[in-house]
Every structure is written in C-alpha cells, then in structure tokens.
Design a protein around this ligand. Structure first.
Ligand SMILES: [Fe+2]
Length: 332
C-alpha cells in the first residue's frame, strides 16, 4: 500500500511535469528575444515552461494586444517605462496579478495601484554634470536647473521622449501644474542647445563642455565610465531630502485575456526573486526593485540615493498634463 501510494505520487509528479513541459508563455516585449534569452532560459529549465518573445514598438504592441482582444496570444506585456505601461493600463490590456511573493519582493511604490503591472528594475533620471566645470555642491533639485546660474549651460532630451515626459510628470505631481510650467519655462531659458533625441548625446555634449549640466537616465553613463574611469561626466541624484530622485523602469504585467495566468504569475514571481534580480538589473545597468539583490560596482560607485516614493501608476496619470505644459513652455 505504501509503495503504491509512492508510485501514485511519482506518477502525479511526472504527469504535472509533462503538463508543464507543454506549457508556453508569450511575452510582447519592446526588447528583442536575444536580449532577454539569458533571463528566461533558467525559468524554462526550472519549470519546463517555454517563453516566446514577440518584439515590437511600444505603441504597436499595446494596440495589437488591445485589438486582438480575447484572441490575443500575449500572456504578458513588457515595456521600458511607466509612460507606456500607463498607456497600456488606460487601454485596458492588463488583468490584476495576484501574488504575495511579488508583493513581498517589490516595494509598493513600484507596483501599480491596481496591480496591473510592476517595475522589474529601475533607473533614476539624474542630473549629470561635467566635473571639470561644476562642483556637485552647486547642484540640488530638478527645478534648480532653471536657476539663472545655468543660463546657456543646460542640455536635455526632447519633450517627446517618454523619459522626459515621466520626469516632467513627477514635477507636476509634486509641484502642481502652475509651478511645473514655470520650471519648464526656466529650463528652456537655460538650454545651451536644442534638445537632443538621445541621452547619450547629452552625455557627449557634457563631456565636450558644450553644456555643464544635463538630464539623463543613470544607466547611460555606466558604459562611458567603464570604458574610461576618468570620463568627466558624473551623476547627481536630485531632490534628495524632499521629493527624492525621480525613478522609472522596465515593467511587466499579465494581459487581460491570458489563458496561462498561473504560469504567467510564476514568471512574475521568478522575475522579482533576488537571484534573478541581481543579474538582470546588472545586464541593463539598472537598479533591482528587490532591495536584497546586489548591484554592479559601477552603480555602487554612483552612490546611494533616496527614491521618490510616489506610486509608478499614480505618476503615469500626470503624463498628459506634463506633455501639455512642456508644449506651452516651448520645450521642444
Ligand atoms: Fe533607454
């Protein structure tokens, strides 16, 4: 009897692993499959659940998931920042996830209020400066970049970049529309050149002394410093001690009509785990949301900072106003 029970249990285990082996998840992703292969391979090895990546541009992916509705083959949606996740939420493509594990691993500010999606890893939009021209003691807040002392010395990316939009949304959220508009106008008055379409170009302009201060996502600086430890550009984490550094990151959510919710939830839990967080965040030069995961030495050298605790979903609700105000301020 004892033996047959054991045999029964064994056959159940085999059966469930056979079922798992037949399972697959499809992720609609702004990142290509080869960039994510190292992330998902161990998941497949561990669970037998294969992962297919469908790559596309942010708006196209969201639109396809929405238009395909109940017939969509997408189980999960992965994008690079809160602006697109907010758009996806508004388009109704997600269902709330239900996982205590994710909620234990991920701080609540990184989980959208209705649990439609959460941030996997993040960066700060930092003030970067040329250290030969600027002392960090001269720096404080995002708003202060509109101070007269930076006239003709500020470089930024265009206002149609979602990175600019998310930062501007945080100013609207913390300062209100009127003050935020004044800040955007004061930045425009200080531009040393037209906004660029690339964060890397801001870094290069800083290094060349074409501007003294700029706004850039933290991860873009890592390769420059790793290639040349004397590279003259350094990051400064803004707004410390008041609203704290604006953060934004790569996120993921389960689609509304996924037929594999159990497996999709397993993948979310896997992504939030300490073991996966450290290497994945390092590969993207970003910070793991799971605070127990380690960070790269380059990021450690950037220094510690306090993160703005406003919820990533709440912040998304200020994006449209921020875009209108940037236009009004003639922020190109
Ligand atoms: Fe980027």
């Amino acid at each position: 009897m004892k033996l047959s029970l054991k045999a029964l249990l064994l056959s159940c285990t085999l059966l469930s692993s056979v079922n798992a082996a037949e399972k697959s998840l499809t992720i609609y992703s702004v990142y290509p499959g080869d960039k994510l292969e190292a992330v998902f391979k161990p998941f497949t090895e561990r669970t037998g659940i294969s992962v297919n990546i469908v790559e596309g541009k942010s708006k196209n992916l969201i639109e396809k998931i929405k238009n395909d509705g109940v017939n969509s083959d997408a189980d999960l949606h992965l994008d690079k920042d809160l602006v697109y996740h907010n758009l996806a939420t508004q388009e109704g493509i997600y269902q709330s996830f239900n996982s205590k594990v994710v909620e234990e691993n991920v701080p609540s500010n990184f989980i959208e209020t209705n649990k439609n999606w959460f941030t996997i890893f993040y960066r700060s939009r930092v003030i970067m400066y040329n250290r030969d021209l600027v002392s960090p003691t001269e720096l404080s807040s995002y708003s202060d970049l509109g101070n007269k002392k930076w006239e003709g010395k500020l470089c930024v990316r265009t206002s149609n970049s979602t990175y600019s939009q998310a930062l501007s949304a945080s100013l609207v959220a913390h300062l209100g529309a009127k003050k935020a508009l004044d800040v955007f106008k004061s930045w425009v008055a200080n531009f040393s050149m037209d906004p660029t379409s690339s964060d890397r170009d801001v870094i290069r302009a800083l290094a060349a002394g074409k501007c003294h201060v700029g706004l850039v996502n933290s991860y873009y600086l890592a390769p420059f410093i790793e290639a040349d430890s004397e590279y003259p550009v350094r990051p400064f984490f803004a707004n410390q001690g008041f609203s704290n550094a604006h953060v934004n990151g790569v996120g993921i959510g389960i689609t509304k009509y996924s037929k594999n919710v159990k497996e999709a939830t397993m993948l979310l839990e896997y992504l939030s785990s300490k073991e996966v967080q450290a290497p994945v965040a390092k590969a993207f030069d970003q910070y793991p949301v799971n605070a127990s995961a380690s960070i790269s030495t380059t990021l450690r050298d950037f220094g510690t900072f306090q993160v703005d605790k406003i919820n990533v979903g709440t912040l998304g609700n200020f994006v449209e106003t921020a875009k209108e105000l940037m236009t009004e301020a003639e922020y190109k």
